[in-house]
Design a protein around this ligand. Structure first.
Ligand code: NAI
Ligand code: 15L
Length: 270
């Protein structure tokens, strides 16, 4: 998309995760220096010449302040990515995302890409077509934390002018592998495109976009994010036949709801 770096230094959180490992490669072309951060640092070594590796627990406010020093933009993908006990989600996702926005405010960082999730709207029924203005119906503590992250994004824009693109990512995996993903799959190429558009489109305020490829069975309408100019290049269609074949006799948990299995998890502990 861009032959020349657009930024001097992008901070990528969650860099050791499944998507972070993809983005480490894919974001390099957009930034002279890529600062990679995660709570687990081993998988990030060795650093390439254009990389800086910083171990940081998002729950540690002081450490996150230091982490964001000298950064132009933040691609915030770190945190708990599954449903868990509330206390885990609180530290990494709710406090962690607050710490990211405070660091952006303190250091004058003007743009954040936030890895939100379809689980913000997971208790909507399958087949219902949603846009960014739909009621949120989080399906889990995890979905609630992403919903709060979107609220932080709105607040930090209204109060401090920090702009965010929140991507309600569907299912970002190398290939779709179940019936639900016929609607929710997002290819890595398309994820990269949304992030690039999110980083470079002027005047995004706080834009919410659903992260899905060009899937005919989609539940999501992205017209409210049309100003980003996202044009998916991949589609689940090439996998449909294989998915249908492999799904015979397979349970489709949470089949009534867009959030699928997340709608059936918990309670945790007492
Ligand atoms: P992942 O679990 O592989 O990666 C998350 C990374 O965050 C891990 O490397 C983990 O060590 C790190 N992390 C967890 N707690 C942390 C903490 N307290 N401080 C610092 N780092 C911490 O998840 P994945 O699939 O790479 O997802 C990346 C982001 O995208 C997550 O925020 C996830 O919620 C979001 N997302 C992913 C989707 C997908 O289909 N892969 C769908 C919707 C949202
Ligand atoms: C998510 O938010 C999760 O992080 C990811 O692991 C998948 O479960 C995805 O949603 C999904 O809904 O497929």
């Amino acid at each position: 998309m861009s032959a020349h770096p657009v930024f001097q230094r992008i901070l990528l959180t969650g860099a050791a995760g499944a998507l972070g490992r993809q983005l480490r490669q894919r974001l390099a072309q957009y930034s002279t220096v890529l600062r990679l951060s995660d709570i687990q640092v081993d998988p990030l070594y060795p650093a390439q010449p254009h990389e800086e590796i910083v171990q940081c627990d998002l729950a540690d406010k002081t450490a996150v302040q230091q982490l964001a020093q000298g950064v132009d933009a933040i691609v915030h993908f770190g945190g708990v990515s599954t449903e868990q006990a509330f206390e885990n989600i609180l530290a990494a996702n709710i406090c962690g995302t607050y710490h990211i926005y405070e660091a952006a405010r303190v250091h004058g960082i003007r743009r954040v890409i936030f890895a939100s999730s379809n689980h913000v709207v997971g208790f909507h029924r399958r087949g219902e077509i949603l846009d960014a203005n739909c009621a949120r119906k989080p399906d889990s503590y995890y979905g609630l934390s992403k919903s709060y992250g979107e609220d932080l994004a709105t607040f930090y824009y209204d109060r401090y002018g920090i702009e965010t693109v929140s991507i309600r990512i569907g299912s970002a995996f190398p290939e779709p592998n179940n019936i639900r993903m016929l609607s929710t799959w997002l290819s890595y190429n398309d994820l990269e495109q949304i992030i690039y558009k999110g980083l470079t489109t002027p005047n995004v305020g706080h834009t919410v976009i659903f992260g899905a490829s060009d899937n005919p069975d989609t539940w999501w309408d992205n017209r409210l994010a049309a100003h980003l100019g996202y044009q998916p290049v991949d589609t689940v269609e090439v996998y449909r036949e294989q998915i249908l074949k492999n799904s015979v006799g397979q349970a489709d948990s949470g089949a009534a709801y867009q959030g699928g299995g997340f709608t059936e998890l918990g309670p945790f502990g007492n």
